[in-house]
Structures are given as C-alpha cells and as structure tokens.
Design a protein. Structure first.
Ligand code: BES
Ligand code: ZN
Length: 464
C-alpha cells in the first residue's frame, strides 16, 4: 500500500527547490533505509490520475462485453476514441474465431422401452437426429473399434483413458452416426470436446448407472436408440484488438526496443467485468494518456485485446501476426488483468514459466522504491501474457491474488473497485515502464526469455 510519507518527502524537495529533472536519477532523502527513491518516479506518480481509470472502468462495465458481440464492439469503439483523444493514431485489428452455442434440447430413447434418461450434451457437440442400433464400443479406443461395424449406429462408450473428443472421432471414423459416453464414477459428467470439429457426430453423456445398465442390456439383445440434439451450432464471429503506438520521442537517440502494455477488453457472459478486465483496459488507457507527453527512447505499444475469455484469441492473433523482426525487438509485455478489486488479495506477478524476467525485475525494483516492498512473482498463465511468453518476449501478468469472489459473476461491478489498489498498480507499472523507456537509461540489460509452451484454453468442464 502507498506510504504517504514518500509523497510528502518528494513534494518537500520540490518546494525547497532542491529538485531538478535535468539531474537524472537524483535521489531524494531515502524514506526507507536501502530503498532510495528515484525522483524520476515522481514524474509518473504525479501525472497518474486514478479518477480517469475509475471513470473508464465505470463506463466500460455497464454491461458484459462478450467477445464477438455488439457490446464488445461498443467497448472497442470507446477505447479507440479514448486513445484518439490523447492524440494517438490507433489501429483496430479485426480477427475471427469460432463461437459455440449450446443445444436447446436433447432427447434419448430406446425403441420398445419407456425408460427415461438424463443425457447431457458435450460442449462442441453438433446437432442432429439419428435412429440406429446401439453398439457397445468399450472405451472407444481405435484398436477396440477396429473390428466393429458402426455404420449408422449409435456407439455406447465408457469414459476413461482417452479424451471425449478422441472417442467421438474414433467412433465417427468407423461410421457411427451418434455417440453416448457414460461416466466411470458417480455423479454427472460435465464434459467438453475441447474445440469445434466438422468430423464430430452428435455426442451426449449419461451417468455411470444409466450407461452400465444400457450396456448390459445391449450386450444381451439388439437395441435401437433414437438420439436428437437440437440447436447446437458453431458460428464464426469477429472480435478486435485496439492498438495505440507511441514511437520513441527522438528517433536519432532512440533504441530499437518495444514495450507492450496491454489488457483484455472482453468479459464473460453475464459478468459486467469491472475488474476482469475493464480495470486493466482502463489502466492501459491511463498509462497511454500519461506517457503521451513524456519523452521516451523506447517504442511503447498500448493494446487492448479482444476474445481473451474464449482462449486468449486476440493476443495470440496479434503475436502470430507480427514479423519476426518486431518480436525480437519486444523486450517486455506488461499484462494488466484484474488490477483493482477491493476484495482480492495482494498484488502479484505471474509469469508463464514461473521464472523472473525483465518485467518482474523492473516491477520489483519500482515497487521497492515506491513502497519498500518487492511484489512477488509466481507461475501462472490464463491470460494475454502467454502468447508473448511463448514467442520469447519477457512477459508478466499483474493481478491481485487470491482473486475476488466476484470473479466471472454478475457481481463483478464498479462498486467493488478500489481506487487505492488501482493507484498502487498504476504507480508500480508506470514507473517500471519509465525506468526502461526513458532517455539515458540504456544500461539495463535485456535478456530474452526462453520460449515456453502453455495451454491457451482452460476448460471448466472435463476433457477426458
Ligand atoms: N483474468 C482471468 C485470469 C485469471 C483469473 C488468472 C484468476 C488468475 C486468477 C482471465 O480473464 C480468465 O478468466 N482466463 C480464463 C482462461 C482463458 C484462457 C480462457 C480462465 O482462467 O478461466
Ligand atoms: Zn481476465
């Protein structure tokens, strides 16, 4: 948390006329032993306006901003207009992704039987209506199916060993027109096929008890089943990244380096996403506003990404589309995701491989200068720093840990946002960026990060 004494000390130094910006890295009276305060930090702290951040969170969090919908588009337009109002030229980068709509209804019945079932659909199942022989197909592994003729049949498969998607694809590959997968433990099976695939056939799940009883019956006599999945669809949607670039102030003295400051502007359905991640988007805007008129020798890119909540799609699209030469010039990605919740824990950084890098080092140094404490880092993915880390760019997520109870709920609203937390993050990140981006501070060594591989999509449902 902020220590007001720090500000007073700097303010006193300025009033007493002992302060000058020409004297680079002048150190004022240390407030904390061994943690001298760099007066250049003050340039950032002084210009950072938490009210702007709060206002923009308020504006953005009136409704959920679901990727590929009009509400996300409105947020994109707003963010662009804010960047423009600070004097930036902006780019809106469109990209498409596949969006899945859950089925409205599912029916399963056995001919000549009035038994009822409680089937549930696998996420990414296709729609369809089939009547065919029920074929018991073990675990649905390729070798088990080799000698079975499944053409036009509904395969009844037990959960286990391989993913649900593999089971469906194996059965469909042998001609099955539908698939039922039953659980191997008690309780409901809440599963996903992981991603859309044209080769899928309608696929539903049953409980262990239902599936075992059906398998026993089907082994004893030929059963004909009817399976209908209605209303499921995969649609191509368009989302956007918003990009504002600040070139080095004086080209002749510029470095070749690029620092990316970013956040995601989309939210999950049902959640207004004040903290996740209107907070990071608004913080990105404020840092862009603040740095617009501050001389830097490093290029700064301020970006809000779309479609993060459906699998880091915007940031991945952005990084994948960069020329190799540009990626090699990227020395840091500051990812601001969930940076203002009153009800979350302390500020931490997460890196994809759990290792420190330039971003964690700069922020540990700035937090020590400002607050007398280095913010810790730990391993964590689940956000837009991952595609940067995978491309070898030193990257870290700034977040409060543990997350607030309102995460991904309708209660992620502006009233839970803490200006104090926003102020703290803004100062730490702003001064960390400035430490590297300002003129005459080229002695900080940049070591490119090792490329890491991290899953982009975390499913709430089981995949196997
Ligand atoms: N802001 C979250 C990430 C997060 C939340 C990280 C809590 C650490 C603690 C992000 O917007 C999110 O929800 N990500 C998804 C994963 C994404 C790849 C679809 C998630 O974690 O479910
Ligand atoms: Zn988020």
């Amino acid at each position: 948390m902020k220590k007001p004494v720090l500000k007073l000390t700097i303010a006193a130094a300025i009033t007493a006329g002992t302060f000058s910006f020409q004297a680079a890295a002048v150190q004022v009276e240390p407030v904390y032993a061994q943690q001298p305060v760099n007066v250049l930090d003050h340039k950032i702290v002084q210009h950072f306006n938490v009210e702007n951040v709060y206002q923009n969170i308020d504006y953005l969090s009136k409704e959920p901003r679901i990727a590929g919908t009009e509400s996300e588009e409105k947020a994109v337009q707003y963010i662009q207009s804010q960047f423009q109002s600070y004097g930036y030229e902006t780019e809106i980068q469109p990209f498409t992704f596949l969006s899945y709509t859950e089925p409205e209804s599912i029916f399963l019945s056995i001919e000549g039987s009035d038994e009822t079932f409680t089937p549930s659909a696998f996420t990414y199942t296709v729609s369809g209506s089939i009547t065919g022989e029920l074929a018991v197909a073990g675990l649905g592994k390729k070798e088990e199916l080799a000698d079975l003729n499944l053409t036009g049949k509904i395969a009844l498969i037990q959960r286990g060993e391989i993913s649900f998607a593999e089971k469906v694809l194996n059965a469909a590959g042998k001609g099955a027109a539908g698939v039922i997968i039953y659980n191997n433990t008690d309780g409901a099976l809440n599963g996903t096929l992981g991603e859309a695939n044209d080769a899928y056939v309608p696929a539903v799940s049953l409980t262990k008890a239902e599936g075992e009883a059906l398998a026993a019956k089907a082994a004893a006599e030929t059963l004909t089943a009817s399976l209908t999945v209605e209303g499921a669809s995969v649609d191509e949607k368009t989302s956007h990244n918003v990009i504002a670039v600040k070139k080095p102030t004086n080209q002749t003295k510029a470095t070749n380096d690029i620092i990316v400051v970013g956040a995601h502007h989309d939210s999950v359905p049902g959640a207004p996403g004040a903290n996740d991640d209107a907070s990071g988007s608004a913080m990105t805007l404020e840092l862009a506003r603040l740095f617009k008129d501050i001389p830097t020798d490093t290029e700064l890119r301020f970006i809000t990404f779309g479609a993060e909540e459906v699998g880091l799609i915007g940031s991945e699209y952005y990084v994948d589309g960069l020329p190799k030469e540009e990626v090699s010039r990227m020395i840091a990605n500051f990812n601001l995701d969930m940076v203002g919740s009153r009800d979350a824990g302390d500020l931490v950084m997460m890196t994809a491989d759990g290792e420190p890098n330039l971003v964690t080092e700069l922020a540990q140094a700035s937090s020590t200068r400002l607050n007398g404490e280095a913010i810790p880092y730990l391993e964590g993915g689940r956000s837009d720093h991952v595609p940067f880390a995978e491309a070898g760019v030193p990257a870290a997520l700034f977040i409060h840990d543990p997350a607030e109870p309102w995460y991904h709920t309708p209660d992620d609203t502006i009233d839970k946002i803490s200006k104090e937390k926003l102020q703290d993050v803004g100062e730490i990140v702003g001064t960390a960026i400035y430490e590297k981006a300002r003129f005459d501070n080229q002695e900080i060594k940049v070591k490119k990060a090792n490329k890491v591989k991290v899953p982009h999509l975390y499913h709430n449902e089981d995949i196997q």
